[in-house]
Design a protein around this ligand. Structure first.
Ligand code: M6R
Length: 610
């Protein structure tokens, strides 16, 4: 969704803002702009519909030399993508960038219009610029003017405000949309996400909901919406700049697929005792009592993270042996779910900011549930709304299609299941063996990644097909869903993931010689049944792309059109390996089709609206 960058310091603001916006491109956008304060109380605004290259062209003509400014990439919610609706929205005196939705903007707009304000866009955001301007006209300083304006709005926001009359500061505020402040030497930064400002500083301050930040060249002050001062120490970000760049790969997605062995290593590191094979619950981020006392576990998430939640459901059932269910956060929050204090909710989100997941957490908390989150972005909204957090240490994920964060989530959920078994003393579960196997996993993943060219060849053979079916049973069902989602979101090919047992109840009607069917059939207890599905597909002349374990399935190889293997591993870890060829096949098909792999059409990396 929208991205914000703010800069104050000795450098040319337009350059820092543009570079930061480029690093936020993955969030998804349809227009972009900057507002820069220049000499003699000038406030220059440059906005362009389309890609950042259009804004860059306009900026090189504009020659803005100011050192203070805010920038924005917009993902349209209120008003179509256009130059006029692009941010910043300016009154001439005040310019505002905004990520979120102002729910009562119509009523506020009418009030502003009654007071003589003229609007030039269809957005909700413009009302905020006018409200602040009216307060300035009434004699307030910039900070009190922003506080007064925010007191009138309802909804979600991260905002950045600059004013021509106050060239020594930027005012930012946050309520339910992400915002981080970066502390430099004689310069300071604000951004929607860490990678935007990571090249300049690793010292970051995270705003809480309902907080305001005032950035000057000397430092950053934080206060509540009521104007009360807040003390907050900066945190040091461990991500490197290289992690947030392409490092020679054609796309971020490809780089992130190849980073998976490292992401798994970092996610499991320090969370088990290498001598005893015991899970270290404190290091993992879970509370032993919460695991011991939970009557059931409800896993909430959206998109790819929901597929991880389904995997987590299997982990809890198979390892902890208590009831577990995965739920789409958007459905959970809008039902009247019957949950209570005995239920442990596990909220899974790469960004930690997905609105539906956050709202579902609030519903669960209101019902008395205890909340554990699995998140990748430090101090994001969902971890903050949780009692405990298991962080995945996958590093920044820039490609809109989630890859390394998915397998890192699976690794975290595997450890969570093992921790639950350990704490509850579940008989028949050998936690030490589970730990020993996941330690070997990064090496096995590397051996799959080395075969990327094999999957690229396969992509050449299948890229022209218009529909794909992915089938899996048991632990391979979430992988079938994830494989189909990867293909559809980046290649725009219709793909469906199905529980193979459901095939006879409908999808089998689709199968003909033009329908590639990816059959996930690793060595496991479901083998005989999935083999039956494979034969049913072949009987209808479907094209079978079989995915199985090394040294397994030789009896079906002759009837498969493609036969892919991954190294053998513990049954619970198979989904971390079988998804890798599916990611690579989706990637190579999309690349062949020439789609915008890292920023697929209509998609945003972080969905902060309903
Ligand atoms: O940040 P989250 O994990 O909460 O995001 C959830 C989904 O929006 C996300 O997984 C989405 O489905 C990705 N585009 C999948 O590749």
């Amino acid at each position: 969704m929208c991205g914000i960058v703010g800069y104050i310091g000795p450098r040319r603001a337009d350059r820092i803002l543009l570079a930061g916006l480029k690093r936020l491109e993955y969030r998804g956008y349809d227009s972009a702009g900057v507002a820069v304060l220049g000499e003699g109380d000038r406030l220059d605004v440059v906005r362009r519909k389309g890609k950042l290259s259009a804004l860059e062209d306009s900026l090189s003509d504009a020659g803005l030399t100011g050192r203070v400014g805010v920038g924005h990439t917009r993902w349209a919610t209120h008003g179509r993508p256009s130059d006029e609706n692009a941010h910043p929205h300016s009154t001439g005196r005040v310019a505002v960038v905004h990520n979120g939705i102002l729910e009562n903007y119509r009523e506020l707009k009418a009030r502003c219009q009654e007071r003589g304000c003229t609007f030039s866009s269809e957005t909700d955001t413009e009302v905020l610029a006018h409200l602040i301007d009216l307060e300035l006209q009434g004699g307030k300083e910039l900070v009190p003017a922003v506080l007064a304006a925010l007191a009138e709005v309802q909804g979600s926001y991260a905002i950045g405000v600059v004013s021509a009359g106050t060239p020594d500061r930027i005012v930012v505020a946050k309520n339910a949309s992400p915002l981080v402040l970066g502390l430099g030497q004689g310069e300071n930064f604000a951004a929607s996400d860490i990678p935007a400002i990571l090249p300049y500083t690793k010292q970051m301050v995270f705003l809480d909901e309902g907080e305001v930040g005032v950035l000057t060249t000397d430092g950053v002050e934080i206060m509540t919406l009521a104007g009360e001062k807040v003390e907050r120490s900066p945190k040091t970000i461990q991500w490197s700049v290289v992690q947030a760049e392409k490092a020679g790969y054609k796309h971020f997605m490809l780089k992130e697929i190849f980073e998976q062995p490292r992401a798994i290593e970092d996610t499991i590191r320090g969370r088990y005792d290498s001598g005893t094979g015991e899970i270290l619950c404190d290091a993992l981020g879970v509370d032993e009592a919460a695991l011991r006392e939970a009557r059931s576990v409800i896993l909430l998430a959206c998109g790819t993270s929901y597929h991880a939640a389904l995997y987590g459901q299997y982990m809890i059932e198979r390892l902890v042996k208590i009831p577990a269910r995965a739920e789409l956060a958007s459905e959970f929050r809008n039902r009247k779910p019957v949950v209570g204090p005995d239920d442990l909710v596990v909220a899974i989100s790469q960004s930690g900011e997905t609105l539906d997941t956050l709202e579902a957490v609030k519903v669960a908390r209101a019902a008395g549930c205890r909340i554990l989150s699995v998140a990748n972005v430090l101090d994001s909204a969902i971890p903050r709304a949780s009692d405990w957090v298991v962080y995945t240490h996958a590093g920044p994920e820039i490609g809109v299609a989630s890859t390394k964060c998915y397998t890192a989530q699976l690794a975290a959920l595997y450890l969570l299941g093992a921790a639950g078994a350990q704490v509850r003393g579940v008989t028949g579960v050998d936690v030490g063996a589970l730990v020993r196997e996941i330690v070997l996993l990064p090496g096995k993943m590397k051996s799959v990644l080395k075969r990327s060219a094999e999957f690229q060849d396969l992509a050449h053979r299948y890229a022209h097909h218009r529909d794909f079916l992915y089938l899996g049973r048991g632990l391979s069902f979430p992988t079938a869903l994830e494989g189909a989602l990867k293909l559809k979101e980046i290649s725009y090919i219709h793909a469906e993931g199905y529980a193979a047992g459901e095939m006879k109840h409908g999808p089998i009607a689709l199968i003909d010689r033009d329908m590639p069917v990816v059959v996930l059939m690793p060595e496991d207890e479901q083998w005989d049944k999935i083999k039956g599905n494979l034969e049913e597909v072949k009987a209808r002349e479907g094209l079978v792309i079989a995915l199985t374990s090394e040294g397994w399935g030789e009896d079906v190889r002759p009837i498969c059109d493609e036969f892919i293997t991954v190294p053998a591993t513990h049954p619970e870890l198979v989904p971390l390996l079988t998804v890798v060829p599916l990611q690579l096949i989706a990637y190579h098909i999309a690349d062949l089709k020439g789609t915008d792999v890292d920023q697929p059409r209509n998609l945003a990396k972080t969905v902060t609206v309903e």
